[in-house]
Design a protein around this ligand. Structure first.
Ligand SMILES: [Fe+2]
Ligand SMILES: [Fe+2]
Length: 248
């Protein structure tokens, strides 16, 4: 199955009438059809009187896909930076890629709890295509396109989900938003030099070692270990992992 599939208990039961059977076959068919469209199976299709979280599922499903794509894109940017001899910029992209993988993981876990199983990241990788330019272009793309609208889009996601009140989902999206803001600041720090001074900035960046630490719970990306707790999710600093400098 190459998309979202329900694992909901709506298909279980002790006595199976023909009507039930045909209904279940229809729902199974509906599930397969929707799966082929890479959409979540709507919980309303189960018609079992349980509460539904359709908006939360829709938002999280889209975000999950976006996080997988961001992870892959940053990994590609990392590889390109290494090819161009910018190990420290590759290091920054390695850190942001790790953070995006955490976001994808958290969203997929919450979707699973809501009865939706997502396409595995490895499988999605085969479906996604994106442009990878020079490191100078990639830095600009990251801040001027990928991260440009986050302060508009994330409040909209949260507003759409709020009425359904899935606390874990609301927190995970808020954490992802905060992490994206951190990425924007980190990348902007060097992206501001992508004009005529790019070479000088790269040189400065090369000679100023930076360390990156990523919270494995929320994706928070910092250049120094926090003192006690993650400033984004509040988990202990044990959750932070230092991202090694990629080998050139
Ligand atoms: Fe993210
Ligand atoms: Fe955290």
């Amino acid at each position: 199955m190459d998309a979202y599939v329900s694992n909901d208990a709506g298909f279980s039961g002790s006595s199976v009438s023909e009507v039930d059977l045909s209904r279940r076959m229809f729902l199974a068919w509906l599930g397969i059809g929707l799966a082929s469209l890479a959409l979540p199976v709507p919980l309303w299709a189960m018609d079992d009187g349980r509460r539904t979280y359709q908006e939360t599922i829709t938002v999280l499903s889209g975000l999950y896909r976006g996080e997988v794509e961001s992870h892959l894109r940053y990994k590609a940017y990392e590889a390109r930076a290494l090819q161009e001899g910018h190990a420290n910029i590759a290091h920054l992209f390695a850190a942001t890629a790790d953070s995006e993988a955490i976001h994808a993981q958290r969203f997929s876990e919450i979707l699973a709890r809501l009865g939706v199983v997502v396409v595995p990241a490895e499988q999605l990788a085969g479906e996604l295509a994106f442009h990878v330019g020079s490191t100078k272009e990639n830095l600009r793309q990251a801040t001027e396109v990928e991260l440009a609208e986050i302060d508009v889009r994330y409040p909209q996601y949260l507003a759409r989900m709020r009425a359904e009140g899935v606390e874990g989902a609301l927190k995970a999206v808020a954490y992802a938003w905060r992490s994206e803001q951190q990425h924007r600041e980190l990348i902007k720090d060097i992206q501001s030099g992508t004009g005529i001074f790019f070479g000088m900035l790269v040189e400065r960046f090369r000679t100023t070692p930076v360390r990156y630490f990523v919270c494995q719970h929320c994706g928070s990306t910092l250049t120094a270990m926090p003192v006690e707790r993650c400033p984004v999710c509040g988990f202990s600093i044990e959750w932070y992992k230092e991202i090694p400098l990629p080998a050139g």
